[in-house]
Ligand binder design. Structure first.
Ligand code: SF4
Length: 92
């Protein structure tokens, strides 16, 4: 199986009440390279038509890459989702 197929096997229970990742748009807009656009394996960071970062934590693989590589500390909060929420990895 290819990676997209394998990823599609995963199950998500999104915590709609409490996001586990929160970003600060005011900081992100000052970031030149915006590495989050390229390093997130789930491609959850995108640029909107106003050149602002658009981010949705639903679909997060909880890998922590964005937290490590964010250069401007635009990620205000990064924690694992509360119990029973988040991703359940399925390996086929
Ligand atoms: S933790 Fe990983 S999958 Fe989740 S938003 Fe950050 S880079 Fe993307």
């Amino acid at each position: 199986m290819e990676a997209p197929e394998l990823l599609s096997l995963n199950k998500f229970n999104v915590d709609e009440q409490e996001p586990h990742i929160v970003i600060d748009q005011e900081i992100c807009i000052t970031c030149g390279k915006k590495p989050c656009l390229y390093i997130c394996p789930a491609r959850l960071y995108r640029l909107d038509k106003n050149e602002q970062i658009s981010f949705d934590y639903a679909g997060c693989l909880e890998c922590g890459t964005c937290r490590v590589l964010c250069q401007k500390k635009g990620i205000l909060k990064w924690v694992y989702p509360r119990g029973t929420f988040g991703i359940s990895f399925r390996y086929g």
